[in-house]
Design a protein around this ligand. Structure first.
Ligand SMILES: [Zn+2]
Length: 324
């Protein structure tokens, strides 16, 4: 009696274990595949001319690197290697303009150890950070006149782009309407900016014409030198900032649309795990990568600057040195 009852029970357990094993193996294979190389398709750019820009003489651009995070190319773009360790630099970019200077993002701040605790748990396990000097303190050490700073343009409101606001008290923080709505939703990825006291927001709208394949634009100083376009997906209100210098040098500050240059060069999206960790909208990100890849193909001299690519950051002189 005992024997006849125990046998089917053991049989079912064994069968269940086999099913669980097959599912686990399938899950592992699917996860491994999600990191494999996959080139995104894109359409050639329709416009053959660069938009007109009349940047004033004396306008300059500098990089202010505030620290970095060590991580693997594997997590940055599909096809990236596990053995390919990279410094993901945290950089604020200073655009000096006679009408008012602008910082694009802020990098790491003074209270970095506290700020880093707002990172998703898994990301904290996968990355380590190196602390530098906060942007406000670097500016102060060169006697930068803070009254000249018209504001910080955030490519988006994630913690590693806003942390340095703690060294820039009172400075205006320019955000797209969609990103302000995202901040006000108090989504977990906006925890740090919502925790920072007395943020002086300045919302703007994209009331300008289409720009290089983007549906609309916002020309900050009205001279085509700093033009912002909506590039949602990484966050709902992410933007790209086009900066055009008097020498004709052109830059596109991509925020976190891609984390490394290969994202545009190949082009390739982030692997599935990274996209889920930060809660991206995959279709929107793919559309915007395709737009930037088309621009890169048509105008290869335009510098593509992902916020965290050390090579891209190194292509811009470190403050107080400047590019003209
Ligand atoms: Zn981000």
């Amino acid at each position: 009696m005992l024997y006849s009852v125990a046998r089917p029970h053991g049989f079912l357990v064994k069968k269940a274990l086999i099913v669980i094993g097959i599912l686990a193996l399938a899950g592992f294979i699917a996860l491994a595949w999600s990191f494999s190389g996959a080139v995104l398709p894109y359409q050639p750019l329709q416009s053959s001319e660069l938009p007109i820009a009349s940047p004033p003489a004396g306008m300059t651009l500098s990089a202010i690197t505030t620290g970095s995070m060590g991580s693997k190319a594997l997590f940055a773009f599909r096809g990236g290697g596990f053995g390919d360790t990279r410094d993901f630099t945290m950089t604020a970019f200073l655009v000096h303009h006679p009408k008012g200077d602008l910082l694009i993002d802020t990098g790491f701040g003074r209270d970095l150890d506290e700020h880093a605790k707002t990172m998703p748990w898994l990301m904290r396990q996968l990355a380590s950070y190196k602390k530098g000097t906060a942007v406000g303190d670097q500016l102060a050490s060169h006697d930068y006149p803070m009254s000249q700073l018209a504001g910080v343009i955030l490519t988006h409101a994630h913690w590693d782009h806003v942390s340095g606001l703690d060294s820039l008290p009172g400075v205006k923080v320019w955000v797209s309407q969609a990103e302000k709505t995202f901040i006000d939703s108090r989504a977990s990825m906006t925890e740090l900016i919502n925790r920072l006291p007395n943020i002086n927001y300045r919302e703007y709208a994209f009331n300008g014409p289409p720009y290089l394949g983007f549906s609309s634009s916002y020309d900050v100083w009205g001279d085509g030198s700093v033009v912002l376009v909506p590039a949602p997906g990484h966050t709902p209100g992410s933007i790209i900032a086009f900066v055009n210098l008097p020498t004709g040098a052109r830059y596109a500050f991509l925020g976190d649309l891609v984390w490394q240059n290969e994202g545009i060069d190949l082009p390739a999206e982030k692997p599935w795990l990274s996209r889920r960790l930060v809660g991206e909208n995959d279709d929107e990100v793919r559309d915007n990568i395709a737009r930037m890849a088309a621009i890169h193909k048509r105008f290869p001299d335009m510098h593509m600057i992902p916020a965290h690519d050390a090579r891209a950051a190194a292509s811009i002189p470190q403050y107080p040195a400047v590019a003209h």
